[in-house]
Write a protein that binds this ligand. Structure first.
Ligand code: NAD
Length: 498
């Protein structure tokens, strides 16, 4: 990354800096109120630095910058936008190592995951939407017999707000920003205050790629300050939000009376369904991944495992054995499979579920306690945990724990399975392991969720619609859905004379 940034006249590099600034109108700047939050390293509890804690004044500055940049950006050609977005993707790829290191430090995720999956995906988000915008088309309808033709314009919304969570920081931040920019909008974006630094580094990469000043503005800080100000600002036309369901409900309440466009990608409590006719080894191997990847802090993790009763005992024993072999370790070590939880608060929240287990509902088969990593005793580690559950209504099976924790329950038949799988407020994704094609279709149609994976997990094609139903969200992102969200369709009817 370039080291040409200046702050208060001092040249600085955002990678090495211990201060995370706002990025407004193409420049790094400190928050108007000079208020700062601490950035804690979850791997050892040490202080990584300070983060701008922005208020409505900072959001106002960002909106002014974005509004000034808007007309030039929305009138730029698709080729110009595509070239710049593609260049941003290239620069992310060129900087994978530094971005992955910072991402891992901020979040506690194993560096290997950041390096091979998440930062490359952030680059793909830009590459994908750089291409997608050149293929985005609209409809026309001839009113035959009435001498008229209708066509649909897809116009940029203007200034839009993107708010993202901490679990897949740059991956989800760019998943919103790339389509918003591609569609010709200017953006006010806020990453999670727990993982601010790779988002901050993106500002510099955008400058290097030639993105005009003001087109992307990054406002750092707490949700209740900067985030709330984004929701409330009258000039911000749409909100794309990814985060927890409770926050999403609040976002909807604030935004609905203002009639902003709203996309909500929220929590999940996803069933992972294992039938006896599955490819057993693949199902077991992938289940380890879908249970514990990123310490279980992925909205798509299969946290409720339902196993056909004829193989229940065997699968349970094998899963517990494999889980016990996973290495809890420092995120910077390549051999680590389970890194640190993102924060002390989240760590304590996950542990509290173990303390409150009612023996009539469930019993812990392995894990269920803090992990110990020598030399890093102040880090927020939790052992990967498998819990056998007797009662589908217990908190363990109803609430999103968002940690390295899965529950097991047997089922006898499809009817019982569907009833249990759907008996939660969430509806994000489901995974089904079976070789029976008819069954895959029957179940896929009946399970209440937005994404179904058959004999795989988290295999993503960026053209597909992504999102959830019930309390897991409203609307879809991904592919052309995202470009539709970030544009206003306007029908134009032209009458003509024969
Ligand atoms: P969160 O809801 O606490 O925070 C998400 C973002 O919202 C953060 O940037 C936060 O600062 C901001 N925020 C908080 N209060 C706000 C307010 N009043 N106004 C505006 N913004 C506010 O979520 P989190 O803990 O960061 O993320 C974990 C959650 O995200 C989990 O529930 C997970 O399932 C969900 N998630 C969903 C998806 C999906 O695609 N469905 C993807 C990833 C994560």
């Amino acid at each position: 990354l370039s080291s040409k940034l200046t702050f208060n006249g001092v040249s600085m590099n955002p990678v090495n800096s211990t201060t995370t600034f706002n990025f407004i109108n193409g420049k790094y700047c400190d928050p108007v109120g000079e208020d700062w939050l601490e950035n804690i390293n979850p791997a050892d509890g040490t202080l990584l630095g300070r983060i701008a804690n922005s208020t409505e004044q900072d959001v106002e500055h960002a909106v002014i910058a974005a509004s000034n940049a808007q007309s030039n950006w929305s009138e730029s050609t698709l080729e110009q936008r595509s070239r710049i977005l593609s260049k941003i993707g290239d620069l992310i790829e060129e900087n994978i190592e530094s971005l992955a290191t910072i991402e891992s430090e901020d979040s506690g995720k194993p560096i290997g995951r950041a390096r091979t999956i998440e930062i490359p995906r952030a680059a793909s988000n830009f590459h994908f939407f750089a291409n997608a915008i050149t293929q985005f088309s609209s409809e026309s309808h001839e009113s035959v017999g009435q001498n008229a033709i209708n066509f649909t314009l897809r116009q940029p919304l203007g200034v839009v707000g993107c708010i993202s969570p901490w679990n897949l920081p740059l991956y989800l931040f760019t998943w919103k920003i790339a389509p918003a920019l591609a569609a010709g909008n200017c953006v006010i974006a806020k990453p999670s205050e727990l993982t601010p630094r790779t988002a901050s580094m993106l500002g510099d990469l955008c400058n290097q790629a030639g993105l005009p000043a003001g087109v992307l503005n990054i406002v750092q800080g707490a949700g209740t300050g900067a985030g709330q100000a984004i929701l409330e600002h009258e000039k911000i036309k749409a909100i794309s939000f990814t985060g927890g369901t409770a926050t999403g409900e609040h976002v909807a309440r604030v935004v609905a009376p203002k009639f902003k466009k709203l996309s909500l990608e929220l929590g999940g409590k996803n069933p992972n369904i294992i039938f006896s006719d599955c490819n057993y080894e693949r199902a077991l191997e992938t289940t380890i991944h879908s249970s514990f990847a990123n310490q279980g802090q992925i909205c798509l993790c299969g946290s409720r495992i339902f196993i056909e009763s004829s193989i229940y005992e065997k699968f349970k024993a094998d899963l517990v054995a494999r889980t016990s072999q996973l290495t809890v370790g420092h995120p910077s070590k390549t051999e680590t499979s389970i890194g640190a939880m993102v924060s002390g608060d989240h760590y304590r929240k996950v542990l509290s579920y173990f303390e409150q287990i009612d023996p009539a509902d469930a019993s812990i088969l392995c894990g269920g306690k803090p992990g110990t990593v020598e030399g890093h005793e102040q880090g927020f580690y939790i052992e990967p945990t498998v819990i056998e559950v007797q009662n589908n209504q217990c908190r363990l099976n109803q609430e999103e724990i968002f940690g390295p924790v899965v529950t097991l329950m047997p089922f006898e038949n499809e009817e019982e399975l569907i009833a249990m799988a759907n008996d939660v407020k969430y509806g994000l994704s489901a995974t089904i392991w079976t070789k029976d094609l008819d069954r895959t279709m029957r179940l896929s149609k009946k399970i209440e969720c937005g994404v179904v994976w058959i004999n795989t997990w988290l295999m993503r094609d960026l053209r597909t619609p992504f999102g959830g139903m019930k309390d897991s969200g409203v609307g879809r992102e991904g592919g052309l859905e995202a470009l539709r969200f970030f544009t206003e369709p306007k029908n134009i009817c032209i009458a003509f004379e024969n």
